[in-house]
Design a protein around this ligand. Structure first.
Ligand code: ADP
Length: 659
């Protein structure tokens, strides 16, 4: 029918004026819709025709009183009696739409009967005017031309018979004229009918389309909303099991689906249900046994969505009792790149529930589920990693604490050893020094060169030992925090030149130059002069020891005015042209007993190049400087005995000691 009306001129005009794609509207559906529209007119038309019959009966009985009046009135009343219940009925119940044409033919037939009766009985051709009106009026009665043609045929036949009726003929001359007008009316009726049906079809199609689009829009909106809701859940729920369950429930409820399942692949080749939701799902889940043979297996094998419009006709469908009632199914793969994670299974109790055009949108939902799986996987990995890390940190901390405790014990043992041994050594040393001095003072010994040399050796050795013991005592005091300072104003130029005096011989022996810059602008500082002497003694003796013969040692000083919380301070720098210190040990050298290089290889002279020491000098220096609220540090490009890059030791001391 659609195709036929389109071929008419009006059809073409309307097609252009109201463009509609009608591919998906079946002619059957369209016909049913047209019949429905027409049947809607039934109460009005049957009612108004019934009223017309009643009026006609009244007018005929009271005013016209033509020949055959009782018969006209009877037929009119019977017609009205038949039509009124039809009007009543059609208003209350919806009559089957396929009855529309016979019912309208029935109404038209009643009207035609009355008219022909009058035509025949009055035998006047002018009655033809009624039939002409009738022909035009019935153009709006039918939805198919067949019925219209039929009725026009009956009308024309009836009228033609009336022309030959024995009573007719008085005006036989006008017969031809009326015949032409009747034919014209019939043709007009056909044209009107076609135009009306064309317009009605078009409007109905537009209504269809509009409804379809509205539904599609609603579905899209819902899909987008679902997608957004899933997205929101993905970002807010990290517990994978809960997330998948909520996503399954959300999809199932939004799309009113029979069943929604999320199936995951677990190594090596097992498929497990991760979450499911359904209309009639048993409380403890469907208990599905999923195999690689069914539709899910097909989706996993192909990596492509599987859309089955009618499950009964799919050989791969494996029905399951707890999911009975599923008619169509859409299985979407969950995959990242090439890796298959599982599938999202949607089942509907309706046939054809998933349109091909919707598959990409459903795939979008599946991709969101994939993203959730990925998120959860990453989250779990991070969580696991964190747990491992925490465990490692705990283990390491424990190990460090143990090591620390061991070191503390060791350090204490060292300090105890230093304290005890230095105290124990002191008394015999004093005796040794005293008697060696006596030897030196003895005239007999002085007279003999060899004796004098031996006595000198003993005395120097004793003095050296005394020095070492003194250092050990200093370190012990620093370690036990019992170093006592007696701060007083100290003139640094004076202090440093007195120390220089002590090294005169050593410098000369090693051909070293010690230059002390102009320290006179430096302010007097508050410090323990004796302790400070030790600091610079150790720094200078080190500079001498670690600088090859012929090198230079320079002492400089500068004043630092107070900045922020730092008080006024002075900084003394002792630079040498010696072997240098590697950056990685520049802090370690301040630890007690720390020595770089092989201790066995040290020479024994106090001031000889790389002369041996106990590794206590810098520890004592730092202890004293720190006790003065100062700072001591070393700088050197590195250790290199060939090129001798040199070292710089900085001592920064506050001008005033805090109260
Ligand atoms: P030591 O009695 O061995 O000199 P110190 O505590 O005075 O002990 O010094 C520790 C280590 O620091 C030394 O063994 C040496 O390796 C390094 N060191 C100290 N001063 C210098 C310097 N001026 N040049 C190069 N190395 C130095």
């Amino acid at each position: 029918m659609v195709r036929r009306w389109q071929k008419t001129q009006l059809g073409q005009y309307l097609t252009q004026a109201l463009p509609v794609e009608e591919d998906d509207i079946s002619p059957e559906r369209l016909k049913r819709a047209l019949n429905r529209v027409q049947i809607g007119l039934l109460p009005f038309i049957s009612g108004s025709v019934a009223i017309l019959f009643l009026l006609y009966a009244g007018v005929q009985a009271l005013f016209l009183q033509e020949f055959g009046m009782p018969l006209y009135v009877a037929v009119a009343l019977i017609s009205a009696t038949l039509l009124l219940p039809l009007q009543w009925l059609s208003q209350r119940i919806s009559l089957p739409e396929q009855w529309v044409n016979p019912l309208f033919a029935f109404i038209a037939g009643l009207v035609l009967l009355s008219m022909l009766l009058r035509q025949f009985l009055t035998a006047e051709l002018k009655q033809t005017a009624n039939l002409i009106l009738f022909l035009v009026a019935i153009s709006v009665f039918f939805t198919t031309a067949r019925w219209l043609y039929g009725l026009i045929g009956v009308t024309l036949l009836g009228w033609a018979l009336s022309a030959f009726w024995p009573l007719a003929g008085q005006r036989a001359a006008d017969w031809g004229f009326y015949a032409v007008v009747m034919l014209a009316a019939a043709i007009t009726a056909v044209i009107l009918h076609q135009a009306r049906i064309a317009a009605l079809t078009r409007i109905t199609m537009l209504q269809f389309k509009e409804r379809q689009q509205r539904r599609a829009l609603q579905r899209r909106t819902m899909q987008l909303q679902t997608s957004a809701d899933i997205g929101q859940q993905i970002t807010s729920i990290l517990d994978l099991e809960r997330l998948l369950r909520q996503v399954a429930e959300l999809i199932q409820q939004r799309y009113n689906l029979h069943y929604v399942g999320v199936f995951l692949l677990t190594p090596p080749r097992k498929i497990v249900i991760a979450a499911e939701a359904g209309e009639r799902l048993p409380e403890h889940g469907s208990n599905l046994q999923i195999s690689h043979h069914g539709l899910i297996g097909r989706a996993l094998a192909s990596g492509q969505p599987q859309r089955v419009s009618d499950l009964q006709n799919d050989p791969d469908y494996l029905p399951h009792e707890s999911l009975a009632g599923a008619r169509s199914e859409l299985i979407l793969p969950l995959k990242t790149g090439k890796q298959q994670l599982g599938v999202l299974d949607l089942q509907s109790s309706l046939r054809n529930a998933f349109a091909a055009a919707e598959v990409p949108i459903f795939q979008l939902l599946a991709d969101q589920v994939t993203a959730a799986l990925e998120n959860a996987r990453l989250y779990n990995e991070v969580k696991q990693f964190n747990q491992q890390l925490e465990q490692k940190v705990a283990e390491r901390t424990e190990a460090l604490q143990q090591a620390n405790a061991r070191l503390e014990r060791l350090d204490k043992t060292k300090t105890d050893f230093i304290t005890i041994s230095s105290h124990e050594l002191r008394t015999p040393l004093t005796i040794l020094t005293f008697y060696s001095q006596m030897f030196l003072d003895d005239e007999t010994i002085q007279a003999d060169e060899s004796y004098l040399k031996w006595a000198n050796g003993i005395h120097q050795g004793a003095m050296r030992m005394e020095e070492v013991v003194e250092r050990m005592l200093d370190v012990a005091k620093i370690d036990s925090m019992s170093l006592r300072l007696f701060p007083a104003p100290v003139k640094l130029p004076f202090l440093l030149s007195s120390i220089r005096h002590r090294f005169r011989q050593d410098l000369a022996a090693r051909n070293l130059t010690l230059t002390i810059g102009d320290l006179s602008p430096l302010p007097e500082i508050e410090a323990d002069a004796e302790a400070l002497q030790k600091v610079f003694y150790h720094l200078l003796i080190n500079a001498i020891k670690y600088t090859p013969d012929g090198g230079d040692i320079t002492v400089n000083g500068r004043f630092h005015p107070a900045v922020d919380s730092q008080p006024d301070s002075v900084e003394i720098t002792i630079a040498d042209t010696g072997i240098g210190i590697n950056p990685d040990v520049q802090e370690l050298i301040f630890e007690k007993f720390y020595q770089t290089g092989d201790v066995q290889l040290h020479s024994s002279g106090k001031s000889s190049f790389k002369g041996g020491g106990a590794g206590l000098g810098l520890a004592i220096a730092r202890g004293i400087v720190t006790a003065h609220n100062g700072r001591i540090w070393a700088e050197s490009p590195g250790y290199d005995e060939t090129n001798c890059p040199g070292s710089r030791f900085h001592v920064r001391l506050p001008v005033k000691q805090p109260v």
